[in-house]
Design a protein around this ligand. Structure first.
Ligand SMILES: O=c1ccn([C@H]2C[C@H](O)[C@@H](COP(=O)(O)OP(=O)(O)OP(=O)(O)O)O2)c(=O)[nH]1
Length: 147
């Protein structure tokens, strides 16, 4: 089901995010820049998108890597997942990190990341002496076996 989300262009060249297919979870974000930029191996470059988005209350925009860009050019967000808060009205920026051993180029209008708009719970943390028991208990970090 689609829901309207308000978006503002901060730059004439900005491109409104697009979903690749009808069931895509992430909307592709487009670079908004003067021209091509080369990101050196191990370097992080803050990419403008030229847009700000009013994410609805109770939701967050989560910015993930595009798998193609990450595997072909080694470019993925330095912060792993960017969190766009519902009260943020600034420009959405993507901190692209070059994880590869080669320089990687991105250009204006290139799709550089994807944003999933997802609901979340705002917790009221209540401190207790004991928590309810579960089958897993305290097991984690591979505790259920090696396969
Ligand atoms: O990849 C990102 C991550 C964040 N933001 C924007 C939207 C977000 O709402 C705001 C703050 O992000 P975050 O909470 O991750 O930043 P912080 O480093 O914790 O700083 P702050 O004190 O501003 O919260 O920055 C982006 O544009 N791109």
């Amino acid at each position: 089901m689609k829901q309207q989300v308000n978006i503002k262009k901060l730059d004439d060249r900005a491109v409104i995010p697009t979903y690749g297919t009808a069931f895509s979870a992430g909307a592709d974000l487009y670079a908004c820049m003067d021209g091509p930029v080369t990101i050196a191996p191990g370097e992080t470059y803050l990419v403008h998108t030229g847009i700000s988005v009013a994410v609805p209350e109770g939701y967050a925009g989560l910015i993930y890597a595009r798998s193609g860009l990450a595997t072909k050019k080694g470019l993925a967000p330095a912060n792993k997942v960017g969190v766009i808060d519902a009260d943020y009205r600034g420009e959405i920026m993507v901190a692209l990190h070059n994880h590869s051993a080669q320089p990687a180029e991105i250009d204006n209008g290139e799709r550089i990341a994807q944003m999933v708009i997802t609901p979340f719970l705002t917790a009221e943390f209540v401190e207790r002496d004991e928590l309810d028991e579960t089958e897993r208990g305290t097991g984690g970090f591979g505790s259920t076996g090696t396969k």
